[in-house]
Design a protein around this ligand. Structure first.
Ligand code: GLC
Length: 734
């Protein structure tokens, strides 16, 4: 008996030891580059030119060739940013119809951004990386970090909002989490892919200042802090050249930032052999000879980085050192992933992943309005709740484009509410119906709509409370890749339905299921409003937790809700600014994106960046900086006491913005430079400290093509939303 106990102790200790060693891939990462760089060079010498070229382009929809004779494996890739996509066929966009590729659907990244919680982002990355590893994928094609410039962009739901600092802070832990598994993250889409309309051809013109201060920071953080192993080029052009092989972006990425990973094209975003060879494209994916990525015989050999590339190398037009750099990077990717002997085997659809998905969902939900104590809704005998709206039951993991998923399960809002409310009676009606599949924008026949409307109004009459669950969906021209919304308003005549529901029953609250801001003419008619994003597999449970008060909402908006489209910077300057004239588009709002625009132009938003209510109240006090005069290499330490003055525990996000009124250049009134989320029991207080290096106050000075810190006075704004500042402090930099 004793010996088995001893053996058990030893085995546990050994298991823990190896777990610690192997899980510290970053540790191995420090050792591996030395080892693998020598090995890489030795392998390089063994490869024929044909084998090198074959590694630089697709062999199928989502894989590239290995070198069988040397035992070098293929590289397998899969979408997407909030879950591992179902298996796709070798040679076409059709799904392969596997029965073992169902996965956990995590919340879309706007929800992750809304948590303002980098620790959660790390857990998200580790979990999704484990699922990708289990599905034997070497590259996970996410996260997306394109800045939210217009509320119409079909893919905003996949990204991290309008502020470069928030996006930078939230993307780094995600990448590290994924890559801890020996799976490469692929930060995308580099760069300036801020809309879907005409994405394949539009040429973006933007100032260097806005490029460096707004559109590049999240990519820079992904490379320099996240150590991301791959990055995906975008479809659009920048200053006349496709971003996937663009001289300016190539210099910034591989020279200035020293990126040592692999640049992967978007699917059919490569358009030139010479440019791809010379401007840093390493792996070309998704091209078809017709350029649409369509299925045509042997088109892989006709890829820009296939035979045409081989010919230029053989003729000497392109030096072999060019392809050697690409192959070194591609081999390094293999040593980090499928040739990394310490890689585990991953896990999938397990409780830990479901718990992470639910935690991100509940922490990301934003309480926007709560009058007459509409929320939380108590579960009590005799109460009848009418749940109305198609988004109460419609799957939101299907559709949306390449980020669509086949989850093992997806708890709908209605299902989650029914499971949570045991005493109250829940009745449901759709109220309206949209296209049967996610890609049809066809509205069913007129008759259906009327009967659905009548049914909904009927149950509204019988209920004590109406919970309307509407918003957008993942259909074409909604929150979906490939194009943008064509209106800021809610679709499918929802505004009329909301008005009619209000007329029947004043106790009306709303759950907005969207990844984008929408027009809110109905806002005065509802008592309670929750922004509930696209929450994935655990949607219904997360929603029920917040609606019932089991969880106190703590999300903050990662982007502004303008009152009307023209109040948004991209739309203020008309068609040339958005969506462009069909060929070119000019980011005329420049650095004034999102709240930077609203604050500086004094255009009040419907809801502000960083805003989110709670079921409790918080007080910010004792706000101080460690000093008021700083040198260039100093750090500003801001301390702030947060007190939970309400009746239940909850979380608050202290946000620090900094601005410079008197400046030699145009500036936003204030910019986010620090934040921290703090969880407090009722009555509790906590002093938090946030450090902001003076270097982070630099602006990109076009006159010297470099960053520059202006001396003089700055204002430090401390509050819990971009439009709710508790205290300002003036400091000076000498
Ligand atoms: C799509 C998307 C990209 C995705 C890729 C593969 O067009 O732009 O984000 O990873 O193609 O599906």
């Amino acid at each position: 008996m004793k010996s088995t106990l001893k053996h058990r102790y030893i085995s546990v200790i050994l298991f823990l030891f190896f777990n610690i060693i192997f899980s510290q891939n970053n540790l191995l990462e420090k050792i591996i580059p030395k080892v693998s760089d020598k090995k890489i060079d030795s392998i390089l010498m063994l490869l024929t030119l044909e084998e090198k070229v074959a590694m630089c382009h697709a062999q199928s929809k989502f894989s590239t060739k290995g070198v069988e004779r040397l035992g070098i494996p293929e590289i397998w890739m899969s979408d997407g940013p909030h879950g591992v996509r179902a298996e796709i066929s070798w040679d076409s966009w059709n799904y392969a119809g596997w029965t073992n590729d169902s996965i956990t659907a995590f919340p879309a990244l706007t929800c992750l951004a809304a948590t303002f919680n980098p620790k959660l982002s790390s857990q998200f990355g580790v979990s999704i990386g484990e699922e990708a590893l289990y599905r034997e994928k070497d590259v996970l094609l996410g996260p997306g970090v394109n800045i939210y410039r217009t509320p119409l962009n079909g893919r905003n739901f996949e990204y991290l909002g309008e502020d470069p600092y928030l996006a930078s802070k939230m993307v780094v832990p995600y990448i590290k989490g994924v890559q801890k598994n020996g799976v490469a993250a692929c930060v995308k889409h580099f760069a300036l892919n801020n809309q879907e309309h005409l994405r394949n051809t539009i040429n973006v013109e933007v100032s260097d200042r806005a490029l460096y201060e707004i559109y590049l920071p999240a990519f820079k953080a992904a490379v320099l802090e996240g150590k991301v192993w791959t990055i995906m080029g975008a479809y659009n052009k920048f200053r006349g050249t496709y971003t996937t092989h663009n001289p300016t972006l190539y210099k910034i990425l591989k020279k200035d930032w020293g990126f040592d990973g692999v640049v992967i094209s978007d699917w059919s975003s490569a358009h030139s052999t010479k440019e791809a060879a010379l401007y840093g494209l390493d792996i070309e994916m998704g091209t078809g000879t017709d350029g649409l990525g369509s299925n045509s015989k042997n088109h892989y050999d006709n890829y820009f980085l296939a035979n045409p590339f081989l010919e230029l190398l053989k003729s000497g037009d392109i030096s072999e050192s060019i392809i050697n750099d690409k192959v070194r990077r591609i081999l390094r990717l293999r040593y980090r992933t499928n040739m990394n002997l310490s890689r585990g085997f991953g896990r999938i659809n397990n409780k830990e992943h479901h718990d992470v998905a639910k935690k991100v969902a509940t922490e990301g939900i934003v309480l926007l309005k709560n009058e007459n104590n509409f929320f939380p809704i108590e579960d009590k005998e005799g109460l009848t709740i009418a749940v109305i709206g198609e988004n109460a039951t419609r799957s939101m993991t299907a559709g949306g484009g390449s980020s669509e998923l086949k989850p093992q399960f997806e708890i709908s809002p209605l299902e989650g509410l029914k499971q949570r409310y045991k005493k109250a009676k829940i009745i449901h009606a759709m109220g309206y119906a949209t296209g049967p599949s996610v890609y049809d924008n066809v509205i069913p026949s007129k008759f259906n709509q009327d009967s659905l409307r009548v049914e909904a109004l009927g149950i509204a009459k019988k209920a004590d409370i109406i919970l309307y669950i509407g918003g957008l969906n993942k259909s074409h021209l909604q929150d979906c890749e490939g194009d943008d919304r064509q209106s800021y308003k809610l679709p499918y005549n929802q505004e009329e339905l909301i008005d009619q529901l209000k007329a029947i029953n004043p106790k009306l609250g709303m759950l907005l299921v969207t990844g984008n801001a929408v027009d809110m003419p109905w806002l005065s008619k509802i008592d309670g409003l929750l922004q509930t994003w696209y929450l994935g597999s655990m949607a219904g449970h997360a929603i029920a937790d917040v609606v019932s008060g089991d969880v106190n909402p703590s999300g903050k908006l990662p982007f502004s809700f303008p009152k009307k489209l023209k109040d948004n910077g991209a739309h203020f300057y008309g068609e040339l600014s958005y969506p462009g004239d069909g060929t070119n588009q000019y980011y005329k709002e420049d650095i004034l994106v999102g709240y930077r625009w609203h604050d500086t132009k004094e255009i009040e938003p419907q809801y502000a960046f960083g805003f989110g209510l709670s079921y409790t109240n918080f007080n910010l006090s004792e706000i101080e900086t460690n000093k008021t005069k700083y040198s260039l290499h100093d750090t500003i330490n801001v301390s702030c006491k947060v007190t939970n003055t309400g009746e239940i525990k909850g979380s608050e996000v202290v946000q620090i913005y900094i601005g410079k009124e008197k400046s030699k250049v145009k500036r936003a009134l204030k910019e986010l430079k620090g934040f921290e989320k703090v969880n407090l029991d009722k009555g509790d207080s906590k002093i938090i400290n946030i450090s902001i290096p003076i270097s982070s106050l630099a602006f990109y000075d076009e006159s010297i093509s470099n960053w520059n810190i202006e001396k003089g006075t700055y204002t430090v704004y401390v509050g819990n939303a971009s439009n709710n500042v508790t205290k300002t402090i003036t400091i000076s930099v000498k």
